[in-house]
Design a protein around this ligand. Structure first.
Ligand code: GTP
Length: 194
């Protein structure tokens, strides 16, 4: 999709995952905002836009940050549509949030049909050593989930572990998504030509 004002490419992404896993903190870190220690739950949805120079092209990057609480499911439904990419976040110190990851993909599928490129993120790696091993989600588990998901749904996926507190791998997360979204967006017209 193109911006009507200046013709630049628009790429829209949604951040999804359980409450408190760090979606808002990741978005804030990516945009250069300060880390907030306390949890301020997102109400419904939050929006951020950023004009960026990506692979020599100006892109309007829109990030929908969807509230993770189950009560907001109806609100979330509207924001999936028309998105070019998904960032699905769980916390590596919260096994429930990892178990729920596939439910989030089901919700996305219900609202979007075929899923767009997706980055699967295990966040809060700075805290992994601070919790008992029974609570930790390992890198191998995250990687396996991504492989299973990619094979089953046949869509481009990328797995990464991050800390929104230290900023580790946050830029890479968004850059990888942008790369996959742009590739899919560029390839799309070709499907009609063939
Ligand atoms: P909802 O809006 O309820 O969906 O939550 P969210 O997923 O947007 O989580 P949020 O970014 O609000 O973070 C929840 C809590 O975890 C806050 O207290 C953050 O400070 C903390 N937090 C988020 N990411 C990290 C991280 O990588 N490391 C550490 N140590 N804390 C984090």
């Amino acid at each position: 999709m193109k911006d009507q004002d200046d013709g630049s490419r628009i790429l829209k992404a949604v951040l999804i995952g359980d409450g408190r896993v760090g979606k808002t903190s990741m978005r804030r870190n990516y945009l250069g905002d300060d880390f907030i220690e306390g949890h301020i739950a997102t109400i419904g949805v939050d929006l951020a836009t950023k004009r960026i120079l990506f692979e020599k092209e100006i892109v309007k990057f829109i990030i929908w940050d969807l509230a993770g609480q189950p009560t907001f499911e109806k609100v979330r439904g509207h924001y999936y549509r028309g998105c070019n990419g998904i960032i699905l976040v769980y916390s590596v110190i919260d096994r429930d949030s990892f178990q729920n990851a596939s439910k989030w993909l089901v919700e996305a599928y219900r609202n979007m049909g075929v899923l767009p490129p997706t980055v699967i993120v295990g966040n809060k790696i700075d805290l992994r050593d601070a919790v008992p091993s029974s609570q930790r989600v390992t890198t191998e588990e995250g990687q396996k989930f991504k492989e299973y998901f990619e094979a089953k749904l046949n869509i481009p996926a990328y797995f990464i572990e991050t800390s929104a507190k230290t900023g580790e791998n946050i830029q890479t997360t968004f850059t990888e998504l942008l790369r996959m979204m742009k590739q899919a967006d560029t390839e799309e017209p070709g499907h009609f030509v063939r």
